[in-house]
Design a protein around this ligand. Structure first.
Ligand code: DX5
Ligand code: ZN
Length: 218
C-alpha cells in the first residue's frame, strides 16, 4: 500500500491552481493538503473557505485540511460544508481539544490534531483515542520551504509507541521539510502519511516525486 502522500497546495502556482489540482489527481497521492492560516496563530495568511470549495469541486483526492487558526472550533462546520474530509486542528490552539475532536467527527469528518515542534507527544496521552490523525510538525508552521527539524523523527517514534500502547487507530502524518531523505527516516520511525509542498511542486516531474515518496517503506 505504501506511504500516504499529501501534496501541500501552499507550494502550488496559484495562478494555475486548477492545473495543479489536476496534477495531484493524476498522481498516486491519496490525499491533498490544504493549509489554512489566519495571521494570528501563525505569522502568515494563506487562503480560505471559497478556495477550499473550488478545490473540492476539482479534486478526486481526500481533502486533508490543516487549520493553523485560533479557536478552530468556530469553523468546523464551515470547513465540512466547503468539503474537508480530514480536519486537523492544533493542540495549542484549542482550549477544549476533546470537544473539538468530537465536534469534527460528529460533522462526519476524520479528526486530526497537530503538534508544534515544541509540544510534547505526551500532551496527547489522554486524547489519543479520539484522534484519527496526528500531524507532527517538522517545521514551525506558517511557511513552506523551511528546513526539516530532525527531532521530529524521535517524536514520531514516541508517538508510534503511544499509539501501540493505547491501541489507538490514529495515523501519523508529518508536515514540513519533507523530501525522500527526511521522508525515509520518518517512515522508518512509523509515519503513515507525508505532507510535501516544495519538494513536490518545485520538482521537475511532480508526479514521479509523489511516487518516490509513496514508495518509501518502513
Ligand atoms: C507549513 C505548512 C506545510 C507546508 C509544508 O506551515 O503546514 O504544509 O506547506 O511545506 P514544505 O513541504 O515546503 O516544507
Ligand atoms: Zn500543513
Amino acid at each position: 500500500m505504501g506511504t500516504i502522500v499529501s501534496p501541500s497546495l501552499l507550494a502550488a502556482d496559484f495562478m494555475n491552481l486548477g492545473k495543479e489540482v489536476e496534477m495531484v489527481n493524476r498522481s498516486e497521492a491519496e490525499w491533498v493538503h490544504l493549509d489554512i492560516m489566519d495571521g494570528v496563530f501563525v505569522p502568515n495568511i494563506s487562503y480560505g473557505l471559497p478556495v477550499v470549495e473550488q478545490i473540492k469541486k476539482a479534486s478526486r483526492k481526500v481533502l486533508d485540511v490543516h487549520l493553523m487558526i485560533v479557536q478552530p472550533e468556530r469553523y468546523v462546520e464551515a470547513f465540512r460544508k466547503a468539503g474537508a474530509d480530514i480536519l486537523t486542528v492544533h493542540a495549542e490552539a484549542s482550549t477544549h481539544l476533546h470537544r473539538t475532536l468530537q465536534q469534527i467527527k460528529a460533522c462526519g469528518m476524520k479528526a486530526g490534531v497537530a503538534l508544534n515542534p515544541h509540544t510534547p507527544v505526551g500532551t496527547l496521552e489522554d486524547i489519543i483515542g479520539e484522534a484519527d490523525v496526528v500531524l507532527v510538525m517538522s517545521v514551525n508552521p506558517g511557511f513552506g520551504g523551511q528546513s526539516f527539524i530532525a527531532h521530529a523523527v524521535e517524536k514520531v517514534r514516541k508517538l508510534k509507541r503511544l499509539i501501540e500502547k493505547t491501541g489507538s487507530g490514529a495515523l501519523i502524518e508529518v508536515d514540513g521539510g519533507v523530501n525522500t531523505e527526511t521522508g525515509r527516516l520518518l517512515v522508518e520511525a512509523g509515519a503513515d502519511a507525508l505532507v510535501a509542498g516544495s519538494f513536490v511542486f518545485r520538482s521537475e516531474h511532480p508526479e514521479e516525486t509523489v511516487r518516490e515518496l509513496k514508495e518509501l517503506k518502513a
